[in-house]
Ligand binder design. Structure first.
Ligand code: ADP
Ligand code: MG
Length: 247
């Protein structure tokens, strides 16, 4: 068991409603530094809301969320810095359409972190190299494939030097032949020690990269286990039912 101060993201008794819908129910979750968590569960179970709450894209009704020991800020500069600490990659490729690939990656460091332009460009090029799209730096997002765009989105998040990366179904919108190029980048990140919370149904990725699988249904964490145990011997009825449908 790691020491308590290894905890990077901690959720305690987190609740969230949308009107009458109780989408997060007493969520307790602790993610340690360097840990990779895969969140899995049926559509509508609250996985995206969970990610969005950690990045403060959604407010919560009760409970606490801390990142690196600090409660989530409400607004202003502190919130911008939280967003830098908590990188997020969505299902849709959220690149700025009217900016080049390079400018997409340098914008955050220049605007939020005050990184000098030349340094931001050099660091961005290194990151684009790392995700295998350095040769696309001067193009615009629409000129790239979905897999390339998603790798740029990962580079853009990494440019902010996040403490934790959230991925919300990052390969769901991709053509099948592009899924692995994105999962490979994510697997490398995991093996390099990045703390990651990944919503995905890609079990190969979970088996390769995850320390723990968290199964959600109806806004609750129903079960947590290491990937091998979860996929071969789930204990909850909901998890068994879900796995029988996707396996
Ligand atoms: P998942 O990502 O597991 O599919 P979500 O977190 O997106 O689940 O959604 C959980 C539930 O909350 C769903 O029933 C969804 O329709 C509802 N929901 C999500 N966002 C909103 C919103 N902004 N307003 C109202 N209901 C929402
Ligand atoms: Mg979702």
């Amino acid at each position: 068991m790691p020491a308590a101060n290894d905890a990077l993201v901690v959720l305690e008794k987190v609740n969230k409603h949308f009107g009458d819908l109780h989408v997060l129910r007493d969520i307790d979750l602790r993610v340690d530094r360097g840990e990779v968590i895969v969140v899995i569960g049926p559509s509508g179970s609250g996985k995206s809301t969970l990610c969005r709450a950690i990045n403060r894209l959604e407010t919560i009704d009760s409970g606490t969320i801390t990142v690196d020991g600090r409660p989530l800020p409400q607004e202003g500069k502190a919130l911008a810095h939280l967003r830098a600490d908590v990188g997020m990659v969505f299902q849709a490729f959220n690149l700025f359409a009217h900016k080049t690939i390079l400018d997409n990656v340098t914008l955050g460091p220049i605007k939020v972190k005050g990184t000098p332009k030349a340094q931001a460009r050099a660091e961005a090029m290194a990151l684009l190299e790392r995700v295998g799209v350095a040769n696309q730096a001067d193009k615009f997002p629409a000129q790239l494939s979905g897999g390339q765009q998603q790798r740029v989105a990962i580079a853009r998040s990494l440019a902010m030097s996040p403490k934790v990366m959230l991925f919300d179904e990052p390969t769901s919108a991709l053509d099948p032949e592009m899924i692995n190029e994105v999962l490979d980048v994510m697997t490398d990140l995991a093996h390099e020690g990045m703390t990651m919370i990944v919503v995905t149904h890609e079990m190969g990725f979970a088996r390769r990269a995850a320390n723990r699988v968290v199964f959600m249904a109806d806004g609750e964490i129903q079960e947590e286990a290491d990937p091998e145990t979860f996929f071969t011997a789930p204990t909850s009825a909901r998890a068994k039912d879900f796995l029988s449908k996707i396996l």
